[in-house]
Design a protein around this ligand. Structure first.
Ligand code: AVJ
Length: 320
């Protein structure tokens, strides 16, 4: 069953995440306005992301689920039983049952910044795996996260699916992977999902779908700022843009100002020129050697790769 909930998020008196407020003001003050992608995931944003994963154009979730399904026995053989699975950014955890069902874990620790989704999915998993101790941790996994003491003696398997690592620039990705190697310990393994570089048209369609779900997901960031930080951003004057940046090997999402505008957030004044953008997400893609180098640079040794899907996506197992 679900044992307890560790909350490691700082809120102010009004219940607003202090880090959200700070990131928005720092980001809007930059020459190239930018807000970190982790702030997409309020309750509305998390639900919109779930809708994205069902889009025909958004292949990563389907490709990764397909890999976990077809290679479950191989993955289980490589991982072995009795580990505490620590999942980073568990969200609604739809892939988790595939992994937990295959490997006979000793405990499950979902770490997610979205408390509502975390509690709902932990409850659903508890019903599905009645004997499995579950220790949800509500926290930002890019920061230092305290592990529940109950799992201390167990060997760990870090599970970092979805190519979430792609949201980070290389330096930040290496910092995060190094920190988690430290947190998970010498005996640990890491199973990480990483999206591959592929045809640009396939990539751009995955992040700019004709149904406009990704546009709504992107625009919800502005609505969240208005809701939680008392902003008056004219959301209707923004459009969604997703483009491949070949130098950085990443899809970039931007919120584009359709006209010149002024708005306030929290009493701070901001101005945008027509065509100016707020850079809201990076989604880096990795070739096979790129991904292995990223892991090695972070202290992890890749030991197995499953990547036989079309569109290409990779599940990589690495040891500390
Ligand atoms: C959840 C970060 C992996 O980058 O593909 C999907 C988020 N953004 N569509 C990704 C996302 C736009 C997604 N990650």
């Amino acid at each position: 069953g679900v044992v307890r909930n560790l909350r490691q998020v700082d809120a102010d008196a009004a219940g607003v995440d202090i880090a959200f407020r700070a990131d928005v003001h720092a980001g809007l003050a930059q020459a190239q306005k930018a807000i970190p992608a982790r702030w997409f995931y309020d309750t509305t944003g998390s639900a919109l992301f779930e809708d994205i994963t069902a889009l025909p154009e958004y292949y990563p979730t389907r490709s990764e689920t397909d890999l976990l399904t077809r290679h479950a026995a191989d993955i289980a053989a490589a991982v072995g039983p009795g580990r505490a699975v620590v999942e980073l950014g568990s969200g609604s955890s739809t892939k988790t049952p595939l992994l937990l069902g295959a490997i006979a874990p000793a405990a499950y620790v979902p770490v997610d910044i979205s408390g509502d989704f975390l509690r709902d999915s932990a409850a659903a998993l508890a019903a599905r795996f009645p004997g499995l101790p579950i220790y949800p941790v509500e926290a930002d996994f890019t920061q230092r996260v305290a592990m529940p003491r109950e799992i201390c003696p167990l060997p760990k398997l870090g599970f970092f699916p979805g190519s979430t690592i792609g949201n980070m620039v290389a330096r930040t990705a290496v910092d995060l992977l190094r920190n988690w190697r430290e947190a998970l310990g010498e005996e640990s393994l890491l199973l990480i999902g990483i999206d591959r570089i592929k045809d640009i048209a396939v990539l751009e369609r995955a992040y700019d779908d004709p149904a406009g779900v990704t546009a709504a997901f992107n625009l919800n960031l502005l609505e969240r700022i208005n809701r939680e930080l008392g902003g008056d951003i004219p959301v209707e004057n923004f459009t969604h843009r997703a483009i491949w940046n070949d130098v950085h090997a990443r899809i970039e999402m931007h919120l584009v100002a359709a006209c010149e505008m002024d708005f306030t957030v929290d009493g701070h004044d901001y101005h945008m020129a027509a065509g100016e953008t707020i850079h809201s997400e990076n989604s880096h893609k990795y070739g096979a050697r790129d991904a292995n180098l990223l892991l090695r640079a972070s202290g992890w040794t890749p030991v197995a790769t499953w990547d036989d899907t079309d569109p290409a996506f990779a599940l990589i197992l690495a040891e500390a």
